[in-house]
Write a protein that binds this ligand. Structure first.
Ligand SMILES: Cc1cc2nc3c(=O)[nH]c(=O)nc-3n(C[C@H](O)[C@H](O)[C@H](O)COP(=O)(O)OP(=O)(O)OC[C@H]3O[C@@H](n4cnc5c(N)ncnc54)[C@H](O)[C@@H]3O)c2cc1C
Length: 396
């Protein structure tokens, strides 16, 4: 009989894990707390390892990417509000693929729909785990319908908690959030713009970064930009109380440039935004018996790393590979899975501190150093592009 796995969460990590499990010959069941699948979302740069995982999961052909030609133009706004050529997220080494989170989830959704295999995954919306009991020979899970409150029990050979940063599976099986979530003294607010910042091209990216606060506008080839407002604070709890727009107007007061003005006005009109504190999740081990965690639930490297979606995809594809190699030994499979992934995750969790300085410098001196570094990077990039253009025209 085929082994059954419960995957908690219909995000990138959950759907990747489900496809990986199916590739290994398992039957996954996904439960999702929300009543329906979410779409859209914020800018995500998908790195080479994530794109490879998409290939391994068989979803690469479904992935819609939105890179402007040549990575698009990025503008840095100075303290006086002037614009100068800058270096955007898409200009970093490795040529990230520009998507919104929903693009990756849409590709995975087609993957779990069973187009390739004719075997759609059983997805149950408005469902959450209430109790998880690993007996040693199976895992008995008490499931609840979020809408009606109705509860029922089911047994699985494995449970994968892919339920995000504040994972219920992690809290239930491994312990309280405080044991694993580190606080980064920073906040983010993200949302899609209806229109580009006036006087900029539709595909432009715009960065206005000052000590302790920054606005990033991410331009795409074929849709309006998305925005990231981020700032540092030593009291993240207090930030979440009261009106978000008032809070952000106070935080960004004195930063009077077109990007700040436009995005704060847009925030007042947007029907949906994400406003949250920034954390990393650090765990000594991502599985216990027959319960494993994947994605942000296990290792959230946070947005500054630019690696969470990539890691979530890899988590699922590597899980499938390990289970295929150890069909009769889940313990061995989970050990191998973790040993392959952990160096990658640790590296990117560490790098995130440095990258945070690029997103939002911690002080005036860092802001100044950052500007110099980015100006040099921008000049080097322009030279590279000019050389490539010259080579192309010589070849024609
Ligand atoms: C602003 C921002 C920018 C980012 N930029 C990048 C980037 O450029 N590159 C990159 O690689 N990554 C980026 N990331 C990170 C990336 O988006 C995340 O790491 C990734 O989406 C995490 O996926 P996940 O499936 O682990 O978790 P989630 O996306 O949080 O999904 C968890 C799912 O589980 C469900 N769920 C939660 N609790 C329960 C429950 N009790 N029962 C059932 N279901 C439940 C949720 O509803 C959700 O559907 C960024 C993140 C942010 C916030």
């Amino acid at each position: 009989m085929r082994k059954r796995a419960l995957v908690v969460g219909l995000g990138i990590a959950g759907m990747s894990a489900a496809i990986g499990l199916r590739q290994a010959g398992w039957t996954p069941v996904i439960i999702e707390r929300a009543p329906e699948r979410r779409t859209d979302g914020y800018f995500v740069g998908l790195m080479a390892e994530g794109r490879q995982a998409a290939v391994d999961l068989g979803i690469a052909d479904h992935l819609h990417t939105r890179n402007p030609p040549d990575g698009g133009k990025a503008w840095s706004l100075t303290r006086r509000g002037d614009r100068e050529p800058g270096v955007g997220f898409l200009h970093q080494p490795g040529d990230p693929a520009a998507v919104v989170r929903g693009d990756i989830e849409a590709a995975l959704w087609r993957g779990i729909g069973g187009e390739a295999t004719g075997e759609p995954v059983d997805v149950r919306f408005a469902t959450t785990p209430v109790e998880i009991d690993d007996t040693g020979s199976d895992v008995r899970v008490l499931l609840a319908d979020v809408g009606t409150g109705a509860q029922y029990r089911e047994s699985f050979d494995l449970v994968v908690g892919a339920d995000g940063l504040r994972s219920r599976v992690r809290r239930t099986v491994f312990g309280p959030h405080e044991d694993y979530m580190t606080t980064w003294d920073a906040m983010i607010c993200v949302f899609p713009l209806r229109e580009q910042v006036p006087s900029f091209a539709a595909t432009d990216s715009i960065i206005s970064a000052r000590a302790g606060r920054a606005v990033w506008v991410f331009g795409f080839a074929d849709r309006p930009p998305t925005v990231l407002l981020t700032y540092r604070t030593d009291d993240t709890r207090r930030q979440l109380a009261g009106s978000t727009i008032q809070r952000l107007r106070t935080v960004f007061s004195g930063m009077d440039d077109p990007a700040v003005r436009h995005t704060l006005t847009a925030l007042e009109q947007t029907p949906e935004f994400l406003f949250d504190s920034v954390h990393q999740v650090k765990m000594p081990r991502w599985s216990s018996g027959r319960v494993a965690l994947s994605g942000d639930a296990a290792w959230c490297p946070n947005l500054y790393s630019g690696m969470g979606a990539t890691a979530a995809l890899r988590g699922g594809s590597e899980l499938g590979r390990a289970l295929l190699e150890y069909p009769d030994d889940s313990d061995a499979a989970l050990t191998v899975w973790e040993s392959r992934l952990r160096p990658f995750i640790t590296k990117h969790q560490r790098l995130a501190r440095l990258k945070q300085q690029m997103f939002v410098p911690s002080s005036r001196p860092v802001e100044a150093v950052r500007s110099v570094v980015l100006r040099l990077a921008c000049t080097a990039r322009e030279r590279r592009l000019a050389t490539a253009r010259a080579r192309t025209s010589e070849g024609n």
